[in-house]
Design a protein around this ligand. Structure first.
Ligand code: HEM
Length: 270
């Protein structure tokens, strides 16, 4: 059975949610951009950043553009928090750094979860939106570029910190006592951030795979084959902290353990 779409109701609702609304508790109109909340959050400017409903190239476009805008805003905050983190590390304020890193990790996880919203975009819908995107590339994202600059400064601050303490990353992990436990915790929190960052890129990879596909012959808007993302998505922010794992494993020697299956109560050497 063919169901007629009740278009006037939908149009009425589109209009109703885009105009000021009377709030019975406040007994005033909300949405004119004049109330303290609206002035502080700058809601008028914020909402002027998206096309009006009748300007959308498809009903999915609002979601598509807003997720990109929201990602840029989170990335901007990340660069700010990382800049503050450099100050924390340079002051040897590792408690402050750990609180900051907790926040940073949460923001990066938020970025990743938010991309999940964009994953609801089906390929046909994206092909329509794509007509209007020019030759844009993700590499043009200001937030992504800022994040990389900030991460390099964090890496340098970490090098200065370990130099002041006269320790290497391997010393920190291999210490038999708690001498470097604050540094070790800082390293692990940075690793959490880096892991979350790479998970964001992996989710982005899956998003690209779902919408336009990943292959050597599938070209992005800037002409780059989408296959390039395969190698890039696991490029870390803090390479040194991943490298130390490889070094520790390379210098590891088998010995002193139990032979698999052997009784752990057996006398050694008997
Ligand atoms: C349907 C949505 C999306 C599609 C189809 C898509 C597609 C692509 C493709 C094909 C590339 C590789 C080629 C290039 O650099 O142009 C790329 C890179 C990139 N995209 Fe997206 N993207 C989408 C959404 C997003 C969103 C929401 C963000 C958030 C900021 C984003 C950020 C990036 C970044 C930072 C890169 C560079 C990554 C790298 O080179 O390793 N993309 N995207």
């Amino acid at each position: 059975m063919h169901v007629e779409l009740n278009k006037p109701v939908v149009e009425e609702l589109h209009r109703a949610v885009s105009e000021p609304i009377f709030n019975p508790i406040l007994k005033t109109f909300v949405g004119e951009g004049k109330l303290d909340y609206e002035v502080y959050v700058r809601t008028s400017e914020l909402f002027s950043l998206q096309p009006a409903t009748d300007e959308l190239v498809s009903s999915d476009e609002l979601m598509f553009q807003m997720v990109h805008q929201a990602q840029e805003v989170w990335l901007k905050l990340l660069a700010h928090e990382m800049t503050e983190l450099v100050g924390d590390l340079d002051r040897d304020a590792l408690w402050d750094a750990s609180a900051r890193l907790d926040r940073i990790a949460r923001i990066v996880r938020c970025l990743r979860d938010e991309l999940g919203v964009l994953e609801t975009l089906t390929p046909d819908s994206y092909q329509t939106i794509r007509q209007h995107l020019g030759n844009g590339s993700g590499q043009e994202s200001p937030g992504y570029n800022r994040l990389h600059v900030a991460a390099q400064y964090v890496s340098d601050a970490l090098d200065r910190l370990t130099a002041r303490r006269e320790v290497s990353a391997a010393d920190v992990y291999q210490a038999r006592d708690a001498r470097h436990s604050d540094l070790k915790r800082t390293f692990e929190l940075l690793l959490d951030v880096d892991e979350a960052y790479q998970m964001w890129l992996v989710t982005h990879f899956m998003l690209v795979r779902r919408t336009i596909g990943i292959s050597r012959s599938t070209a992005a808007l800037d002409g780059v084959p989408t296959q390039v993302l395969t190698g890039r998505m696991t490029q870390p922010l803090f390479r040194r902290l991943w490298k130390v794992r490889e070094e520790m494993t390379a210098s590891w020697e088998r010995g002193g353990g139990y032979v698999p299956g052997e009784s752990r109560h057996a006398e050694k050497g008997s």
